[in-house]
Structures are given as structure tokens and as C-alpha cells.
Write a protein that binds this ligand. Structure first.
Ligand SMILES: Nc1nc2c(ncn2[C@@H]2O[C@H](COP(=O)(O)OP(=O)(O)OP(=O)(O)O)[C@@H](O)[C@H]2O)c(=O)[nH]1
Ligand SMILES: [Mg+2]
Length: 302
């Protein structure tokens, strides 16, 4: 999204002084990238969980101000690919760096800044774009610990700015947003002002259902779950939760259907914010090895 686009937009006459552009959000799994994107956008665009590899595809979160449009590309966490699913996720991360104006490198202040972070840092500092570091999860940490984590973070590369933040409490978020907006070129609105994300409503609903399923499961099960919305009809949403094995299905259905009911109970209020009152029909199905099924991954937009 460089000069060419900006020049073209100038010809079509966007408001003078309007800044706009794209920032890729990179970091290890679970450091809080999606929580941070939500905080920067002032509302929920990406699902969040305490399980690593929650985000599987690139999702744009759009933050609008009077004189800016900041588009954040929330990305899967950097990891070593293990199957077609994680391979696709890594490819998404790599290709998302091509057209951005800046990179937001997210670290967790609660964990040791280590080899995983350095691996990602090497990649993003090579891109020849401004890199802003967000040291996330500083809530309830001692100032001395934050200071020493900031010193370690500062050693990762030639960064433009380093912001200690808490995506959870909102601490430092406004200053970080201002910093990112300041790195954007003059440009047009890429999305309508009321649009928060590039996901269509089916995919938003599938993600919300998956989020609740992730919250309620553990070990290998969360990684084996995917959700597809089959139908949105008058006052009814039908969706399938896919897992890979019968035993995973048993877990997700729960005793007498208790688990899948609980997933529905948690997802419905958020779905109703998008659609109004609906009946939610959830089915749990087995699809062996879907994570290695290229056609299935493509259908899921991964
Ligand atoms: N205490 C604290 N927890 C946070 C903060 N930000 C995120 N978390 C928690 O960290 C966990 C991971 O958050 P996500 O936003 O899903 O992390 P992510 O980096 O997007 O993870 P992947 O999509 O799996 O790569 C969740 O349990 C969040 O509630 C924060 O500022 N403070
Ligand atoms: Mg995420």
C-alpha cells in the first residue's frame, strides 16, 4: 500500500490530511495479538482464547478516526508448521507482510522474551518497514519487571517505538494507536466507516462459535475443532462443529448434549448482536483429518 495507491487516491480527491494504511500484527502464539487488535479497534473483531493458535486466518480489524483509517491485519502466531493447516497459517503470515505500511511486533511481558520472539523479530526487522513493538500484558506486573522486559525487547532490533501496554485493561492503547496512525501515509478510506472487519457475517459467526468451543475444551481438542455455518435463515442459524475423531465428538457433545448446549448458550448473545434474535442449531460432526484436507482448508478460508 505504497505511493502508487496514495497517488491514485489523491486524483480521486480524498480529504486532505486523511491518513490510512495497513499494519501487520505479528508475534508468537498467545501473546495477545487478537486482544490487542480488538482494543485498538474499540470493539471485538477477532476471537480470543487462552489456547495457542486461536487465530487461523488473516483478519482485518479497522480502526476509524476523524482523520484516519488504520487497518490492522491480525495474524496467526508464528510457529513451526506440523500439518497442512499450520502450513497454510504460516503462509498467510508470510504473505501478509508484502503490502503493509508498518509492522506491530507483539511480545508478552509475562513470559521470557526468548528464541521464538527473536526468530519473529529477525523476520520483521528485515522487511524494511517501520516496526513498533508492543510489550503486552503489563497489567499487575511490577515496574522493575516491566523495565527489564522493555530492555530485553529493545535489543530485538531497530524499532521505531516501544510501547508497554495492556490489551486487557486498555492501558497504553491510545498512545499506541496514535503512534501507528502517525506511520500511515496520506490515503483514502479503504473500507466504509461503519465496517469493523473484512470477515463476512457467516465467518464472523463461525469464529464466535469456535471461540466458545475453545474456551470449553483443552489439550488436543481445541486444535481439532473447526466450525462452518451452513445456513442463516429467518431467525435460525445452522452451524456444524467438525472434529477429527469420535472421541473428540463425544467430548464436544458432552453428557446428554451438555457441552454443545453450553457452546450455544455462550455464542448466541454475541450472534444476536449481529443478527437480532435467532435460534442456534449446532451439530457436532466427525471429519477425519480435516486439518490435512486442502479442499476443506480452502473452503474454510485458511
Ligand atoms: N493479563 C493479560 N492477559 C492478556 C492480555 N492480552 C491478552 N491476554 C490473554 O492472553 C491470551 C491470548 O490472547 P489472544 O489475543 O488470543 O492471543 P493471540 O496472540 O492472538 O494468540 P494466537 O491467535 O493463538 O496467536 C488470552 O487468554 C487473553 O485473555 C493482557 O493485556 N493482559
Ligand atoms: Mg489471535
Amino acid at each position: 500500500m505504497g505511493g502508487g495507491v496514495a497517488e491514485a487516491a489523491k486524483d480521486t480527491g480524498y480529504a486532505r490530511g486523511m491518513r490510512s494504511g495497513f499494519v501487520a500484527v505479528a508475534g508468537r502464539p498467545n501473546v495477545g495479538k487478537s486482544t490487542l487488535v480488538n482494543a485498538l479497534c474499540g470493539g471485538k473483531v477477532a476471537i480470543v482464547s487462552d489456547k495457542p493458535q486461536t487465530t487461523r486466518r488473516r483478519i482485518f480489524g479497522i480502526a476509524n478516526g476523524d482523520d484516519y483509517q488504520l487497518v490492522l491485519a491480525d495474524l496467526p502466531g508464528f510457529q513451526r508448521p506440523r500439518d497442512a493447516l499450520t502450513e497454510h497459517m504460516q503462509r498467510t503470515v508470510d504473505s501478509s507482510f508484502d503490502d503493509v505500511d508498518a509492522v506491530l511486533l507483539v511480545l508478552s511481558a509475562r513470559e521470557r522474551i526468548g528464541a521464538g520472539d527473536r526468530f519473529i523479530a529477525e523476520r520483521v526487522f528485515k522487511l524494511d518497514r517501520p516496526v513498533v513493538i508492543a510489550l503486552n500484558k503489563v497489567d499487575r506486573l511490577k515496574p522493575g519487571h516491566i523495565a527489564s522486559q522493555m530492555a530485553t525487547a529493545a535489543g530485538l532490533g531497530d524499532f521505531r517505538a516501544l510501547h508497554p501496554v495492556s490489551a486487557k485493561t486498555g492501558d497504553g492503547i491510545a498512545a499506541l494507536r496514535d503512534e501507528l496512525v502517525g506511520l500511515l501515509p496520506e490515503g483514502p478510506m479503504y473500507f466504509a466507516p461503519e465496517q469493523r472487519t473484512d470477515l463476512d457475517v457467516e465467518d464472523q459467526i463461525a469464529e464466535l462459535i469456535r471461540e466458545k468451543a475453545l474456551q470449553l475444551t483443552r489439550d488436543e481438542v481445541p486444535h481439532a475443532i473447526t466450525v462452518e455455518v451452513e445456513e442463516i435463515a429467518e431467525k435460525v442459524v445452522r452451524a456444524n462443529l467438525f472434529v477429527e475423531t469420535d472421541s473428540q465428538k463425544q467430548i464436544l457433545v458432552g453428557k446428554g448434549g451438555a457441552m454443545v448446549r453450553e457452546i450455544g448458550t455462550r455464542a448466541r448473545p454475541e450472534i444476536e448482536l449481529l443478527l437480532g434474535p435467532v435460534f442456534l442449531d449446532l451439530q457436532v460432526k466427525v471429519r477425519p483429518r480435516w486439518r490435512r484436507d486442502e479442499a476443506m482448508l480452502e473452503r474454510l478460508g485458511i
